[in-house]
Write a protein that binds this ligand. Structure first.
Ligand code: SAH
Length: 394
């Protein structure tokens, strides 16, 4: 087996699982892209087995601290462990992420379950090359009707791979109905964003909706409408869901019918909508909403873009606070691991200063347990959320 000699001070010597190109001292044994390599320190001590891709910035991702090959036995063991974790934490759920990359010891492999359809992503070259074994193990353990290999994420290009989607097993049903935490959704896996639904948010719909009884709710960045639907079911008197994507807004209408609730939908850029509506309230108009939910996409994919992203986050919070009456509620989420919990709170606090209001935290939210966090890999902790009550007005 070929391998890499790792430079002193590399992050993998401090518990992380990744090796960047700049952290490699030497390459031995001529490993090929996608191979398993041995990692060693300068004194020839073995650090573990990793998958190798010299085309990526992250040239090696450790998946075991022992000598380990990627074969069907290995995939069976790791996938079984991932399934056991979900059975313990989310028993009987038909909608969930079954395998989440490094957090399940399978770097670059993501498997989502939508009832009996699995959506698989292989985002690293090694996982991509082992698709056949992975599909075999998934069929053996889960007996799915269909496995869709959906490899259309932008990160594939960073790994030097092409984006493509194909059916790896069975045949794809048309749009079908799925239920998660009592909410019904139409799963349209060929056309939805990401891998269909935002599974990491499923448990937060109910948590946020527990504040919605009797409220007039605005769900900004609603996508398939999870927050809006949950609020409507929980007794909100009026719910508006808005997204920039026309297909998302149409999906919310279909989902509202399925759940037998009434919603207003608006196709709009949230920045424009929040600006217009906050200016009306500042001009003396009545607040239309007393509960605003903000769940924007990650405004930053990298650290360089952080400044602009923070300005964006601040702006939507400021506008939302300006639109709310005293006693109003704000639930807000940030899904970028570049924005720490503290930084996110700081941005919200700065917006509150500019809006001349005081916020009382009523709940903190995070990613669902099917997206487990590794302490040694901060990148695995990316979803932060808070619910606040606006306690003093202007
Ligand atoms: N709350 C959703 C997930 C939101 S994902 C859920 O739980 O399912 C972010 C959404 O923001 C996407 O649906 C995307 O279409 C939308 N979006 C991105 N930029 C936007 C903008 N400027 N204005 C409004 N929506 C936007």
């Amino acid at each position: 087996m070929g391998g890499l000699v790792i430079a002193p001070k590399a992050r993998i010597l401090h518990g992380h699982e990744w090796v960047y190109g700049t952290e490699v001292r030497a390459v031995f044994g001529n490993p090929q892209p996608g191979d398993v390599v041995a990692l060693k320190d300068q004194r020839d001590r073995f650090l573990g087995s990793a998958i190798y891709n010299p085309r990526s910035q992250i040239v090696a991702r450790r998946f075991s601290r022992r000598k380990q090959l990627l074969d069907a036995d290995f995939f069976r063991r790791r996938i079984r462990q991932a399934l056991e974790l979900r059975e313990r934490r989310l028993p009987g759920e038909e909608l969930m992420r079954l395998v989440w990359s490094e957090s399940d010891g399978l770097p670059g492999l993501i498997v989502d379950r939508y009832r009996d359809v699995l959506v698989m992503q292989t985002l690293t070259l090694a996982m991509h090359l082992h698709e056949g074994e992975i599909v075999g193990v998934l069929c053996e353990l889960l007996h799915p009707a269909c496995i869709m290999a959906r490899n259309d994420a932008a990160v594939l290009e960073a790994e030097g791979m092409e984006r493509e989607t194909h059916i790896a097993f069975g045949s794809m049903p048309g749009p079908f109905e799925v239920t998660g935490r009592g909410l019904k959704f139409v799963a349209d896996l060929c056309h939805g964003q990401k891998t269909g639904l935002y599974l990491d948010q499923l448990d937060n719909y109910g948590a946020v909706a527990s504040f919605a009884d009797g409220r007039r709710v605005l769900d900004c960045f609603c996508n398939q409408g999870g927050f809006a639907l949950a609020c409507a079911k929980a007794g909100a008197t009026d719910v508006t869901a808005t997204d920039i994507s026309g297909t998302a807004v149409q999906a919310v209408q279909r989902n509202a019918e399925l759940n037998k609730v009434q919603l207003h939908t608006v196709e709009a850029n949230a920045f424009d909508l929040l600006k217009v509506e906050s200016e009306k309230v500042r001009g003396g108009a009545e607040s239309k909403w007393d509960f605003i939910i903000l769940d924007p996409p990650s405004f930053t994919r990298n650290r360089k873009a952080l400044g602009g992203a923070l300005r964006g986050y601040k702006e939507i919070h400021l506008r939302a606070m300006q639109m709310l009456p005293v006693g109003g509620l704000l639930s807000t989420f940030c899904c970028s691991h570049h924005v720490s919990r503290e930084l996110f709170l700081q941005v919200i606090a700065e917006a509150a200063v500019d809006a001349h209001c005081t916020l009382r935290m009523v709940a903190e939210h995070g990613q669902r347990p099917d997206h487990p966090v590794l302490l040694n890999m901060p990148e695995t902790s990316y979803l932060r959320g808070f619910s606040f009550e606006l306690v003093q007005g202007r």
